[in-house]
Ligand binder design. Structure first.
Ligand code: AP5
Ligand code: ZN
Length: 207
């Protein structure tokens, strides 16, 4: 899943993984999990995440590659938020067999809508599911529908950090659109419809 912060990658990656019956990993979730467990890696990542900068490639590549090589990954998986730089994409290409990436789903959303989505977002402390105060509120205020976990706002969803995350995205990650479109696996999806409408476009793009 490729796309700017707030495009709905996390929301849709969960649905796609369920639909296909495969596992998924989000690099941001892996970092936040490390931070919750107060690992050295989590504390290091926090210093970058708090500013909205990317965690250095060597650290990120090691983390995601160790997730990919774990035995439970089976027949396939959905990756959300990785790769995000050209060196990360090259590391992934060389870790998988040739043709190992079936699709790169590029979810595109205009900048003003991204800002609105991130400002209204709440995340579950238990399972990291994203909610939105207006677009997808939980059934019971402050509580996750799936696991009952407490909902909180991410520190990096503050307006000034969001601005830097967007700048970093355009500078470092958007060039991957060209990289994957040259290899023929990229599908661009308009991410501005409802969650269900975007989900339907993504399922279509996977065929
Ligand atoms: P990460 O956690 O990956 O954040 P991100 O890419 O900025 O993406 P988000 O989680 O903000 O957005 P999303 O696209 O998943 O949207 P969501 O579904 O939640 O990364 C955080 C940090 O970790 C980075 O800044 C960096 O420091 C570090 N990091 C992570 N990966 C890295 C890497 N590979 N290399 C280096 N550093 C890395 O949806 C957003 C909101 O909109 C929600 O409230 C949702 O409910 C709502 N919504 C979703 N879909 C719709 C819809 N169709 N209509 C209306 N509302 C919607
Ligand atoms: Zn939950």
């Amino acid at each position: 899943m490729l796309g700017p912060p707030g495009a709905g990658k996390g929301t849709q990656a969960a649905r796609i993984a369920d639909e296909l019956g495969v596992t998924r990993a989000a690099s941001g979730d892996l970092f936040r999990e490390n931070l919750r467990n107060e690992t050295e890696l989590g504390l290091l990542a926090k210093s970058y995440m708090d500013r909205g900068d990317l965690v250095p490639d060597n650290v990120t590549i090691r983390l995601v590659m160790s997730w990919i090589s774990a035995p439970q990954q089976g027949d396939g998986f959905v990756l959300d938020g990785f790769p995000r730089t050209l060196p990360q994409a090259e590391a992934l290409d060389s870790a998988l067999e040739p043709g190992g990436i079936d699709r790169v789903l590029y979810v595109n959303v205009a900048e003003d809508e991204l800002v609105k989505r991130l400002a209204g977002r709440f995340i579950c402390r238990g399972c990291q599911a994203p909610y939105h105060a207006i677009a997808s509120p939980p059934k019971e205020e402050g509580k996750c529908d799936d696991c009952g976990g407490e909902l909180y706002q991410r520190d990096d969803d503050k307006a000034e950090v969001v601005k830097n995350r967007l700048d970093v995205y355009f500078e470092e990650t958007e060039p991957l659109v060209g990289h994957y479109s040259r290899s023929g696996v990229l599908r661009e999806i308009n991410g501005e419809g409802t969650v269900d409408a975007v989900g339907a476009l993504l399922v279509e793009a996977l065929r």
